[in-house]
Design a protein around this ligand. Structure first.
Ligand code: PA5
Length: 444
């Protein structure tokens, strides 16, 4: 285990007295997970996933990833929300946010079906032009419009290019075991199918085929990823007062109750931008309901210190930060000595850029702490699959416990339906006629 949590700059609420006071709530939240007595307890499959996963499917994922690496220059991954964020976050976290430009023996991975932007989809179509490509369409429900529309377009594209037979061997479907339009389509066409387990919701599904196939296709070691998650499970899925994951869950709630309404997920590595997006979905969709919940936000420093830094330092004092830093960077660069010293930087000549980044981090933590922004610090050893697996499990567990302490169901997302209903009505989907008239009237 390499993940280290430091509450030293988290303020008074992280004192042992304050944390002890909420310990009964933490225990009760934890028990809801182990006894499966909490709301949404049908969706707890992710808890044991690192040690209890479908080994046959895991091997098939590796085989298909190898085939994709051999026969495709591009893998198009179609999915939205929990059906894409984890894979994209993982690839960028371990490789780079410039993965598609820097990769050598692995396919470019482009993500689509995660918006309704015609410009974005047209771009994706031009990106595969003249290239050998495969498609992995991912949708647990099998009915998500963004993904389904993109797949309809890419199905035609791949069939026009390769013919129906070969296209069939280049389409990989990740969906429900039994139901949904995508499942029926995959059965009818004979596509290679992977399953999203019934008891794992979208935003907790990165360690299923949802995340694992694209992650493996990009050349990441998925055994190591699972090992990191399994070790984190062993360390954190225990009820004791020294458990930093449970402390974090408790402290988030204490901060929330004391007026800190926004949690900023901070990183000092641009390659963790999509990781932040994954975290935002995990917490936002899990906790933001019943008129409650911390609003998850994110920044990458020092970049955003030049945009959001001012607000964080002196704006409304309703913020706290959860900062993830990396001890050993993927790469480092030494700052050269310059005889003329026109920029006045010789005082850091011979130092590495990572050293400067670490000093920026330390200086920022102290400044924000002095500005009444509590900082929870998490350090990982390096950006590899193992450390990522640890982080994934740590945050999934923290989110579930935190959600139960908050008194909501961390595993549903009823609010997501409202925009869909309106959109379907406005698009003229059969069955929505009455709603359509009412909405059209309001848009006049
Ligand atoms: O976490 C969730 O449940 C959501 O973000 C879903 O993953 C997202 O809405 C996509 O759903 P589906 O996989 O059914 O297409």
């Amino acid at each position: 285990m390499s993940l280290k949590v430091n509450f030293k700059y988290a303020g008074e609420l992280s004192s042992s007295d304050n944390l002890s006071a909420v310990q009964p709530e933490v225990n009760s939240a934890f028990d809801k997970l182990t006894d499966k007595t909490g709301e949404g307890s049908d969706f707890l499959g992710w808890l044991d996933l690192p040690v209890n996963y479908d080994k046959e499917e895991f091997l098939r994922i590796k085989k298909c990833a190898e085939k994709i690496r051999k026969d495709s220059e591009v893998l198009v991954v179609l999915g939205i929300g929990g059906s894409y964020l984890g894979a994209r976050a993982a690839i960028e976290f371990v490789k780079s946010c410039n993965y598609n430009l820097l990769r050598k023996d692995t396919p470019a991975i482009y993500f689509g079906g995660n918006s309704l932007s015609s410009t974005s989809l047209s771009e994706l179509i031009s990106l595969v032009e003249g290239k050998d490509f495969s498609v992995n369409v991912i949708s647990k429900s099998g009915t998500t419009t963004e993904t389904a529309v993109a797949f309809r377009i890419f199905k035609k594209l791949i069939e026009d290019k390769y013919g129906k037979e070969e296209a069939k061997s280049r389409i990989y479907v990740t969906t429900d075991k039994k139901k949904g339009a995508l499942k029926s389509l995959a059965d009818a066409e004979g596509y290679e199918e992977f399953t999203v387990p019934d008891d794992v919701g979208g935003r907790y599904s990165v360690l299923t085929a949802v995340g694992l196939l694209p992650i493996a296709a990009a050349g990441l070691d998925i055994d190591l990823l699972m090992k990191g998650a399994a070790d984190a499970r062993e360390k954190y899925f225990v009820k004791n007062t020294d458990n930093d994951c449970l402390k974090y869950a408790a402290l988030r709630n204490l901060l929330y109750r004391n007026g800190k309404r926004i949690e900023i997920m901070v990183s000092y590595e641009p390659s963790m931008t999509m990781w932040n997006e994954w975290l935002k979905q995990l917490f936002g969709e899990s906790e933001g309901k019943d008129g409650k919940g911390l609003y998850p936000s994110s920044t990458v420093f020092s970049t955003d210190l030049h945009s959001m830094g001012q607000y964080i330092q002196q704006g409304v004092r309703n913020l706290f930060e959860t900062v993830i830093t990396v001890k050993n960077p993927i790469a480092d660069v030494e700052i050269p000595f310059d005889e003329a010293n026109g920029d006045g930087l010789n005082f850091i000549a011979g130092k590495t850029l990572h050293y400067v980044n670490s000093r920026a981090f330390q200086g920022t933590v102290l400044a924000h702490y002095d500005g009444q922004v509590p900082n929870i610090l998490i350090e990982i050893e390096k950006q590899d699959e193992y450390n990522l697996g640890e982080l994934i499990y740590f945050f999934e567990l923290a989110c579930a416990v935190s959600g139960y302490i908050l008194g909501i169901n961390p595993f549903n997302q009823p609010g997501v339906e409202s925009y869909k209903k309106n959109m379907f009505a406005l698009l003229g989907k059969p069955g929505y006629e009455k709603e359509r008239d009412a909405l059209e009237g309001r848009l006049k």
